[in-house]
Ligand binder design. Structure first.
Ligand SMILES: NC(=O)c1ccc[n+]([C@@H]2O[C@H](COP(=O)([O-])OP(=O)(O)OC[C@H]3O[C@@H](n4cnc5c(N)ncnc54)[C@H](OP(=O)(O)O)[C@@H]3O)[C@@H](O)[C@H]2O)c1
Length: 176
């Protein structure tokens, strides 16, 4: 299984959840986040700057896309014949109407016509899932990877770091 954006807020949870479910996980991240992604349980980290074409990453049964950008046909190069591609990340190329969901909608529309399974994931919190996650945290199989905790007075620099995708995992702004 491949997690793209494995060093980010979404990806850092996905790597751990996939490993906990028994998957063998590879992550795509910049070189500076490789050690962090491995610490979450990934067997292998692919530096997308050194190896930009997904066709060179290997073939994966499941790909979860939690970063911005790559087109569906480019991502599908790294899938096995009947592999699944789940799009979580927003697409900056979406127009004013569809915005970030453009690629997700195209995945759903294309899905009936191809051998690959193409799908989109939109977050929908519910108490059962949150209870499962809390239980995993209690058992030590999941951790919230927090890069930085800043006071409210330090919110702007932290938001800048988040916008530049420099944080590893999540960041927290304290309100008290
Ligand atoms: N569908 C939903 O319900 C939902 C919910 C939350 C978030 N999202 C979307 O999911 C995406 C990730 O959110 P997030 O909060 O995890 O953001 P984030 O913390 O900024 O993580 C994104 C990660 O992608 C990496 N990245 C940037 N360019 C990349 C590339 N070309 N290839 C591979 N990795 C790349 C970044 O770091 P490095 O470049 O240093 O590796 C960063 O670690 C965003 O597009 C967000 O809008 C969707």
């Amino acid at each position: 299984m491949l997690i793209i954006g494995a060093g980010g807020g979404v990806g850092s949870f996905m790597v751990q959840l996939a490993v906990a479910a028994g998957a063998r996980v590879a992550g795509v991240a910049s070189a500076g986040k490789a050690a962090f992604v491995r610490s979450l349980g990934a067997e292998r980290v692919i530096d997308y700057r050194a190896t930009p074409d997904p066709a060179d990453w290997g073939r994966f049964d499941v790909i979860i896309e939690a970063a911005d950008g790559r087109a569906l046909h480019v991502l599908r190069r790294a899938l096995t014949e009947r592999g699944t591609l789940a799009i979580v990340g927003a697409d900056k190329s979406g127009g004013p109407l569809l915005r970030g969901t453009d690629r997700q909608l195209r995945a759903i529309l294309l899905n009936p016509w191809v051998k690959h399974r193409l799908t989109a994931v939109m977050q929908r919190e519910n108490s059962d899932d949150l209870a499962t996650l809390l239980d995993m945290v209690d058992r030590g199989t999941l951790r919230a990877a927090i890069d930085e905790v800043a006071p409210l007075s330090g919110a702007f620099p932290l938001i800048d770091r988040l916008a530049q995708q420099q944080t590893r995992g999540k960041a927290v702004i304290e309100l008290v």
